[in-house]
Design a protein around this ligand. Structure first.
Ligand code: ADP
Ligand code: MG
Length: 617
């Protein structure tokens, strides 16, 4: 047989390898920002068009590259940052793989302009899909400007796979936040479609956090500082009362590198234990400095996960440091690190005034006075009425006992009645179209063939989802005008995302006023949405955009409808009266796809008479 193994041509190998480094526009942003920082830049400008799909440009005032280096920088495994594998254990730079520029150049149109301080002229290089188109001398300021245009122009599958501009922009802003928070001393600006999104002056960490997350953040921060032999911990946590319901600003940096760590996040959450309202998440900006030889950042290609030599010690230190900060600022009830959590005041009672027990004394009470026990239906002595408030209830029911019925029958009737949670569905009452609620979570209803058990939360999501989708597409929703407009605060980046979603939201019934100065004015809301739930719905929406799974590939309208349906639907635990139950059952079966929730979960199960009979065999 003839030999069949061939070496892949460079540009193909590069395209394949690029898949690992460049997943979406935000990956390019991350790599280029990191290169600028490694080059010692003090000012970096990020310019984005169409959420990075058309253009990503980064201009820095770093050390620049010589003519040869400029050419070399696009070669795979070409780096100035390490020379041997040993260097991996003593990294002081963000990059080290020498892969980013080669990968980006393999899947986009790239233009580089760069000049070092020593050289009078700069170098201009143009590359398309790994092929050099132009290399020439040019005039350019010291530093580097790199433009990445038409990302994935030569891999249509990848390009189509990109999500809506809102989602891609969200990812870019996330990367920008991470770099900006890791380097507060660097001046950073970001522009999207010619509008300025961020203008961050060089400053300290607190100034940087406030510049990114808005002026109101200042009063919410509590400093954290601890120095031990193995780790230095610095940064800020957000006071528990300002924690967010569905998502938090959670940032860990290790040696100025953003990392994700479920384990360390757990340590912080454990310190906040008992202080956060239900489902809320702690927000934090924490900076760990460790000896570079005690970590391994090499285990993940996009480098957001790292391995620590002594994770357990780190966990314990982090937890007690955060507790200490919470305690020092009078936030935690006790300072004792090993306190019994059972003794803490539950959050919902915190800060509530204690009520004084109400004791009433009957001054006219005479223990020697003989009083006959009250007879059924008899007029009661007046003093009893004054003392025992609500006494009538004690006798309720007794009066309903049909005359002549013995006590025994009466009691058994009560027991039967309790099997059914609502009175109006008493088995002896009306029999057609009866619904019951089980555990405040399921609705049970009879159907011809037997019975159906419906998950109330999922079913309602399905109903709302189809209704919202319809409204958004036909643009004919009704909205309720608010008497007093709602003004909600958001960070500049959240507002940027909401602006992208504005039209869709308006089609569901929202009416917006001014959007400026970290605030969103809402003049009208969808009729089906209670005003108090508006902030929750919007927060959920922002959080869903952030965590949207990349491979589901749905439109923005779909995300919007799903997210709103999720937050507006009745929850498990909510008691539904007979009318609501019946309405929900009917609306569910009027849906196009009643069997599954918008998140593809089963909405109901049925049990037919045969199955029931088999169970009784
Ligand atoms: P790495 O960052 O892992 O070294 P890259 O492919 O990102 O790999 O970059 C290759 C090399 O190009 C870097 O090592 C650096 O010497 C040079 N380089 C890249 N970007 C810049 C920049 N903005 N300023 C100066 N040099 C740069
Ligand atoms: Mg790099």
């Amino acid at each position: 047989m003839a030999d069949i193994i061939k070496l892949l041509p460079d540009h193909v190998a590069n395209q394949i390898a690029a898949g690992e480094v460049v997943q979406r526009p935000s990956s390019v942003v991350k790599e280029l920002l990191e290169n600028a920082i490694d080059a010692g830049a003090t000012q970096i400008k990020l310019i984005i068009k169409d959420a990075g799909k058309t253009l990503i440009q980064i201009i820095d005032d770093g050390k620049g590259m010589s003519e040869t280096d400029a050419r070399m920088s696009f070669e795979r495994h070409a780096t100035s940052k390490i020379t041997s594998a040993d260097d991996l254990f003593n990294l002081n730079t963000k990059g080290f793989r020498g892969e980013a520029l080669a990968s980006i150049a393999a899947v986009a149109h790239v233009e580089l302009k760069t000049r070092t301080a020593q050289s009078e002229t700069g170098t201009f290089i143009e590359i398309e899909g790994s092929n050099i188109i132009t290399q020439e001398i040019c005039a350019t300021p010291q530093g580097t400007s790199l433009s990445v245009k038409n990302l994935f122009f030569n891999i249509p599958a990848r390009r189509n796979f990109l999500k809506s501009n809102t989602v891609e922009l969200r990812h870019i802003i996330d990367e920008f936040h991470r770099v900006a928070l890791a380097h507060p001393q660097i001046k950073l600006a970001m522009y999207h479609n010619d509008g300025e999104v961020f203008q961050l002056q060089a400053g300290n960490l607190k100034q940087r956090i406030v510049a990114i997350f808005g002026g109101k953040t200042n009063e919410k921060l509590v400093p954290v500082a601890e120095e031990t032999a193995i780790v230095t911990i610095q940064g800020y946590i957000v006071k528990p009362e300002f924690s967010k319901k569905t998502r938090g600003e959670q940032f860990f940096f290790v040696n100025h590198r953003f990392i994700k760590s479920a384990y360390l996040n757990h340590a912080v959450s454990a310190a906040f234990d008992g202080l956060l309202p239900d489902r809320a998440r702690a927000s934090y900006f924490l900076y760990l400095t460790v000896d570079p030889s005690t970590i391994d950042i090499n285990i993940h290609p996009t480098k957001t996960e790292i391995k620590f030599d002594d994770e357990h010690a780190l966990y314990a230190m982090l937890r007690s440091t955060i507790k200490h900060s919470l305690g020092q600022f009078n936030i935690a009830p006790v300072l004792d690190f090993d306190r019994d959590a059972n003794l803490d005041t539950p959050y919902k009672y915190k800060d509530k005034p204690a009520s004084i027990p109400n004791v009433t004394v009957d001054r006219g009470f005479n223990p020697f006075e003989h009083v006959d026990p009250p007879k059924r239906g008899a007029k009661l002595p007046t003093y009893e009425k004054q003392n025992v408030e609500g006494w009538e209830q004690l006798y309720e029911g007794l009066q309903q006992v049909p005359t002549g019925a013995s006590n025994v029958t009466y009691e058994s009737e009560v027991a039967t009645g309790e099997l059914f949670t609502s009175k109006e569905n008493h088995p002896l009452g009306k029999t057609e179209s009866t619904t019951y609620q089980l555990h405040n979570k399921y609705i049970i209803s009879t159907i011809k063939s037997g019975m159906v058990i419906i998950d109330q939360h999922r079913a309602h999501q399905r109903v709302l989802y189809e209704e919202l989708l319809r409204n958004i597409t036909i643009k004919e929703s009704v909205s309720q005008q608010l008497l007093f407009p709602l003004v909600l605060s958001y960070t500049p980046s959240e507002l940027e995302l909401l602006i992208q979603l504005k039209e869709g939201l308006e089609n569901t019934g929202f009416v917006f006023g001014a959007i400026k100065d970290e605030a969103l004015e809402i003049m009208g809301i969808p009729t089906s949405l209670p005003e108090a739930e508006v902030p929750i719905v919007i927060e959920q929406l922002l959080s869903d955009l952030e965590s949207e799974v990349p491979d589901v590939g749905f439109s923005q309208t779909d995300t919007l409808a799903k997210s709103m349906a999720k937050s507006m639907a009745v929850k498990a635990g909510e008691v539904l009266d007979a009318t609501s139950r019946e309405h929900l059952v009917n609306s569910l079966f009027a849906c196009k796809e009643p069997t599954i929730s918008p998140a593809n979960r089963t909405t109901f199960i049925t049990m037919n008479a045969d199955e029931l009979e088999r169970k009784f065999l």
